[in-house]
Design a protein around this ligand. Structure first.
Ligand code: FES
Length: 77
């Protein structure tokens, strides 16, 4: 769903950047969300707040790193 009509930024775009650990200000700079009329700012901030509750490092650690490590270890045997 488009959150920022002025810049055509979707909730998925905002969520993806927030899950990567970016702050609202970083996302605003990167995507331009809430940088024109500003009507979308509250909704965009809510999405960032919801997605920022997940610790980004936890997502990275469970994102296949262990699988790669075991594949690397088995290639040494
Ligand atoms: S709707 Fe986002 S700046 Fe206008």
């Amino acid at each position: 769903m488009i959150i920022c009509v002025c810049r055509r930024v979707s909730d998925r775009d905002i969520a993806r950047h927030a899950r990567a650990g970016m702050s609202f200000d970083d996302i605003q700079f990167e995507l331009g969300v809430a940088a024109q009329c500003g009507r979308c700012e509250g909704c965009a901030r809510d999405i960032v707040a919801q997605c920022s509750t997940v610790h980004p490092m936890a997502a990275l650690q469970t994102g296949g790193g262990q699988h790669e490590a075991s594949a690397w270890a088995s290639s040494l045997v």
